[in-house]
Design a protein around this ligand. Structure first.
Ligand code: FES
Length: 289
């Protein structure tokens, strides 16, 4: 796959850099690396990148300082953070600065690819309009969306309830809806997008009648969840984030469904299936035909 997309990976742990290089190069991305924030700034002064993936805890220039620098000097560059300590405070600081997504350490190759692909899609979607059919569908519901925004505008913490109601109304939260909500609530689009990416119950893509979610969190990954995902791709003939032609199924991968004791886990709509394997997965789908 040829992406022609340039990514800078910044981490003081060389094993993380090596892992990112190996996985992302095989996906067709062009990768450079830096082992601290200052070195990253030096590289960024000479070259533009589509995405910077950075650790938060680094000596001297920290990840947060690097993010602030990128935000002011290279605002078109997307940012994904790597965090070993999912401290809500640090993630919140980064979210406030408009990061696109985060990678919890340790992460699987599948999760790395998924997060990077999503971030690159997001970067492209902020410069491209939605598809015409999507636009028509959303325009038809603009009045209802306006009502949701104005009913919540003056309430504290209105963003999440607005996003939930907008998703109920439209079924998903494409970039145009995120832009609409951002301007209605008078906040940056990056902040709205950060929240949409952060919570797994929000989706940016339309869903099928039945939504199939495969957990690629660590506990499921070590029990070969990736083979299950591959089997589902083949059976449904779609990739992650897509809907089957008959609109019956959509396929998603998620990080942790909170049922690690049952790993590997697949959830269809609200039904959880644990300790499954590729063969059982195909059997499960038949119940939804
Ligand atoms: S890692 Fe899969 S449910 Fe937690």
């Amino acid at each position: 796959m040829e992406h022609n997309r340039a990514i800078l990976v910044v981490d003081d742990d060389p094993t993380i850099i090596k892992a990112c290089e190996r996985v992302l190069k095989s996906e067709g991305y062009s990768i450079d690396s830096a082992t601290n924030g200052q070195a990253a700034i030096n590289i960024l002064q000479d070259k533009d990148y589509d995405l910077v993936i950075t650790d938060l805890k680094m000596p001297e220039v920290s990840g947060i300082d690097l993010i602030k620098w990128v935000r002011s000097s290279k605002p078109q560059t997307g940012i994904v953070i790597i965090t070993g300590y999912p401290s809500q405070e640090t993630i919140k600081d980064a979210l406030d600065l408009g990061i696109i997504d985060y990678l919890p350490k340790p992460f699987s190759p599948a999760l790395l690819t998924e997060v990077v692909d999503k971030a690159i899609t997001y970067i492209s979607s902020t410069t491209l309009p939605d598809k015409p059919s999507e636009e028509q569908e959303i325009t038809a519901k603009t009045k209802d969306l306006e009502r949701i925004i104005s009913e919540n505008r003056s309430k504290p913490g209105s963003l999440i309830p607005v996003l939930q109601q907008a998703q109920e109304l439209i079924g998903y939260l494409p970039p145009s809806v995120q832009r609409h909500i951002a301007s209605g609530l008078n906040m940056p689009v990056s902040e709205v997008h950060s929240v949409v990416s952060f919570y797994s119950f929000f989706t940016m893509k339309p869903k099928g009648k039945h939504n199939v979610r495969v957990c690629l969190g660590t506990a499921c990954y070590v029990k070969r969840a990736e083979e299950i995902l591959q089997k589902l791709r083949e059976t449904l003939n779609i990739d992650v984030g897509e809907v089957t032609k008959d609109k019956k199924f959509s396929l998603e991968s998620v990080r942790c469904l909170g049922a690690c004791g049952l790993a590997p886990v697949v959830v269809v709509d609200t039904e959880t299936y644990g300790s499954i394997d590729p063969v059982k997965t195909s059997e499960i789908l038949k119940a939804y035909e």
